[in-house]
Design a protein around this ligand. Structure first.
Ligand code: HEC
Length: 190
């Protein structure tokens, strides 16, 4: 089993990607996935003030951000979670491997939404005025879904619909996907 884990690590992306820890710090595939997550975290943080209308809107930055998240989502994400790569210093819960299909579906959902974010970059913000309640009404059929339980609803949303949404709506779905996955699959979820 241990040997298999090591093989899975090597097969997944990095040379020397064995699951090795030194001084309690992550290395190999675990470090790689943490780094990928951190890149996404920084991207979300950088875009959030723009989505709130606090800084000037920059469509190119949104496109780049969507693409950057996409690079670390979907299969790129799931292959960084080979079986047996849990345990310290990883914050990944055992649930990742016990409920693998759900985990993988969320990773894939993030991929779709991040692509959608890039596609919606030119649509602009729906809440230039800052009224969340009103703006969700403007979103028509998707608004009911937005207000409901995002994790379940969104799986039905395809790229075409996403590409027609206001960009901050898609952004909300992206960050909601991060939280949904962290709540279930990451210890000390933030
Ligand atoms: C499919 C599930 C899933 C999705 C989607 C997901 N994450 Fe994570 N994330 C995790 C897990 C599991 C960990 C813990 C990884 C570990 O410690 O081995 C994690 C860890 C992190 C960390 C901590 C990294 C570190 O250095 O320890 C950050 C930051 C993060 N995620 C940000 C994000 C952001 C931002 C998004 C959305 C754009 C996102 N994540 C989407 C599952 C997910």
């Amino acid at each position: 089993m241990k040997f298999r884990t090591i093989l899975a690590g090597v097969a997944s992306a990095t040379l020397l990607a064995t699951v090795v820890f030194a001084h309690g710090k992550a290395t190999g595939i675990v470090k790689e996935r943490m780094d990928g997550m951190s890149v996404m975290g920084k991207t979300i943080k950088a875009l959030a003030p723009m989505m709130r209308g606090e800084v000037a809107y920059d469509a190119q930055a949104v496109r780049d951000g969507g693409e950057r998240i996409g690079i670390h989502a979907g299969e790129a994400m799931t292959r960084r979670f080979p079986a047996g790569s849990g345990g310290k210093p990883s914050e990944a819960k055992d649930a990742v491997w016990e409920s693998w299909e759900e985990f993988a579906a969320l990773a894939e959902q993030l991929h779709t939404y991040s692509e959608g974010l890039a596609l919606a970059a030119d649509n602009g913000l729906m809440m230039a005025g800052g009224a969340t309640a009103d703006s969700s009404a403007m979103m028509g059929s998707s608004s009911a879904m937005m207000g409901g339980s995002p994790a379940m609803m969104d799986s039905a949303m395809g790229l075409e619909e996403l590409s027609e949404m206001p960009v901050d709506g898609v952004f909300a779905m992206v960050s909601q996907t991060c939280s949904t996955c962290h709540t279930k699959f990451r210890a000390e979820a933030k």
